[in-house]
Design a binder for this molecule. Sequence first.
Ligand code: PLP
Length: 398
Amino acid sequence: MVSEKMKPFMANNSAIRAMFEEGKRMAAIYGSENVYDFSLGNPNVPVPEVNDALLHVINEGEFNVLHGYMSNAGYEDVRQTIAESLNKKFGTSFSYKNLIMTVGAASGLNVILKSILNPGDEVIAFAPYFVEYNGYVRNYDGNIVVVSPDTETFMPKLSEFEEKITPKTKAVIINSPNNPTGVVYSEETLMELAAIMKKKEEEYGTSIVLLSDEPYRELAYGGVEVPYVTKYYHNTVVCYSYSKSLSVPGERIGYLVIPDEVDDSELLISAATIANRVLGCVNAPSLMQKAIKYCIDHDITVDLEAYENNRNLLYNALTEYGFSCAKPDGAFYLFVKSPVADEKEFCEVAKKHHVLFVPGSSFACPGYVRIAYCVSYAQIERSLPAFKEIAKEYGLTD
Ligand code: PLP
């Protein structure tokens, strides 16, 4: 019954999800306060104003407009509000025509990949990366090409990148602030990356799309700037999501930006609008679209302080216990070097201490683990003795 195309997806079913399920199982046995589950990137900081936005929209909206079909690209007034807020923040010049509302970043990525990939086309990703990209690319018979990690900085390895671009390269995916490392790409890095891509486009006479996957854009700490990628490279498409910035991943809302500077932009916008429909998304959820407009009009976004405090608490404790980890500037993850070569073994040892996190091989970067600190401060405090015991077990601390 199950298709041949589906089978590899099932075989690779996410280790992150498996760990999350394990966390639930352990919580039922030991009590949730005694299990320290750092496996899933599920935002834990409430944004109660989103509920105000939804109530406002429900109370003010006309039933059949609010709950009806609409243009596949989404409500024009919502897209125009987003375009203007981007223009104000980043000095861009988008209009509603450049935006397509999507069912989160996951659907945005699928919509754009469906719109551009022919079978056998290549899509480059920089390890470590969000492995769902593999499935998204395979959906349209593309091949993912991985640039190996620079484990010193976790910035893209640009020399290897240049070597891996071929006439078949159709897209390059970047993600900053990054899942799983928390690294934020600097302006200099983006400029170098853009220069390489332009050079290769000219050499091969092709168009190469830079897909900027940005669910963590607002999650940057200590005043670190997250440069707006469309400024550096003409063929940039932005995949944004409100999952993390409004703590609403279950609501499935985001958008694509396809700027006028993109080659054949009108054609691509039209293809993506149709891809949204033929993929079965049809359009992004109407209620959430209207709620997003309200949130932008009222400057509503997540309070970053809680995540920053979590980062500081966990980073300071883990490094004090002898673990090795770069201090992340954004997102809500620590990417920690495993004290043993096989990081899956490290995960198993941690599990014995009721601490759950995800092996780096799930992000094409073995030898590391991802610790998602989007949990309560109190839970991190409670987990520290367990982390210390794990460190002792590996002889990292006394
Ligand atoms: N891209 C990255 C890097 C992510 O970490 C995630 C979710 O965690 C997504 C895309 C998908 O986000 P969404 O919930 O908006 O579909």
